[in-house]
Design a protein around this ligand. Structure first.
Ligand code: CU1
Length: 128
């Protein structure tokens, strides 16, 4: 009788321990599907925007950081955004709120070109 009760309690404890161990694993598996607005980071160095083509979702803040030892600037072909000249280690950010293809260049060195492609976030797509 006591033995049976003890066995039963042991199973409950085992279940509780397993449950506690599984919870963080489940959380880790589920969370990345939500709430992931991957930030966009572009590095300017050696007269080049990297990556030359960046794909982001709507609502993403894209930040350009100048790692070159001379000034560069960021200017959209459409004139939607335009930074001042960025000295070494200075940064400029712009939030992309609409899907589209955004070509841009360095206004100090117009041969430096790159593009940002903005896709509708999945939540937006359902509403349109
Ligand atoms: Cu430049």
């Amino acid at each position: 009788m006591f033995k049976a009760a003890f066995k039963f309690a042991g199973k409950l404890i085992l279940a509780a321990v397993l449950g506690a161990a599984a919870a963080p694993i489940l959380a880790r598996a589920v969370l990345p599907l939500h709430a992931q607005a991957a930030p966009g980071a572009i590095v300017i160095d050696n007269f080049t925007f990297s990556p030359p083509r960046l794909l982001v979702k709507t609502g993403t803040t894209v930040t350009w950081t100048n790692r070159d030892d001379i000034p560069h600037a960021v200017a959209a072909v459409s004139k939607l955004f335009r930074s001042k000249a960025l000295d070494t280690d200075e940064a400029y950010s712009f939030i992309f709120t609409a899907p589209g293809t955004y070509e841009y260049f360095c206004s100090l060195h117009p041969r430096m070109t790159a593009v940002i492609v903005v896709e509708a976030a999945s939540d937006d797509a359902a509403g349109h």
